[in-house]
Design a protein around this ligand. Sequence first.
Ligand code: NAI
Ligand code: 3PY
Length: 320
Amino acid sequence: MKVFATRVIPAEGRIRMEQAGIQVTEWKEKRSLSPDELADTLKAYEALYYAGGKAMNRDFLNKCSHLKIIALMSAGYDNIDVQAAKEIGIPVTNVPGVPSKSTADVAFLLMQSVARKAFYMHKRILNHEWGFSDPTANLGIDLEGKTLGVWGLGNIGTILARRCQRAFDMNIIYNNRHPNAEAEKVLNATYVSFEELLHNSDVLSVHTALTPETKGRFNKEVFREMKPTSIFINTARGGIHDETALYEAIQEGLIWGAGLDVTNPEPMSPDNPLLSLPTVAILPHIGSATAETRGKMSLLAAENIIAAAKGQPLPSLIKS
Ligand SMILES: NC(=O)C1=CN([C@@H]2O[C@H](COP(=O)(O)OP(=O)(O)OC[C@H]3O[C@@H](n4cnc5c(N)ncnc54)[C@H](O)[C@@H]3O)[C@@H](O)[C@H]2O)C=CC1
Ligand SMILES: O=C(O)C(=O)CO
């Protein structure tokens, strides 16, 4: 089988495929191929190893109907029209659960960074503005004993909740499509309505997929319902929050601050006013970016390709 990868992929995954006799070609340029360029390129391949790039809509998928598999090297699959792929007959796989711990760690990092204005303090040092002598200056907020609200208590949200409980003895509330009895038992977490989540969270962390239902959900009206001392965290997808509304909400004191690993669009412009706020911490979508995790993600994507080449059941086929 001949596989085309949309980016240079971790060696673990590439070597695993090569050992299985699969020929892997990687797109090595920094710019992403346009959908038309990618569709043209794929005429010479039987499988797509998607490690990032442009969104794959029905029109694109129609042009690639010969593919035996599209293997995503991500847990999220909002970048592809899975329903269209199913109708066209292209199986799509992802890497569920593999990036969870590393991504929860980034949410954990962001909430502490916002609470203590860490990114802003770093910028001040670079600007020769050390000036800590005033005891009322540079004040952050403590997380100990506060309430973490998780929107979407799945793989990542559950790990974050456990981290917060162990490190800061935080109380856990959550809102999900369905109550999660197992998590409630392990975390002593309480299921609440979306409105209660907004009203009662000191830190509100978003962990739902980006879907038509979650898109743009965190708008000005929603931020208005949150505590003025609260921290908004999003490591899921930038499309879930409205960035202008988020900036205004912090400026107007509707919420205390925000930590984002995902923005809308990506990359975020360096001129975005959010970057100038003391209680904001922004990272360039590095949730899963550790050597260990990316290696494991690349391996599971490779295992899906190998299974497709052998005509075996796919380890992590997206069913919906
Ligand atoms: N920043 C990064 O590098 C990474 C980001 N992600 C993002 O994180 C998202 C979550 O990942 P996982 O925790 O593995 O997914 P998951 O599927 O295990 O958990 C998502 C949870 O959200 C709930 N949910 C979905 N729609 C909802 C709604 N409208 N209202 C309430 N709850 C809803 C689901 O029931 C589920 O419990 C992914 O979809 C992906 O977009 C994932 C990995 C890395
Ligand atoms: O896995 C995902 O969905 C990501 O966003 C990147 O790891």
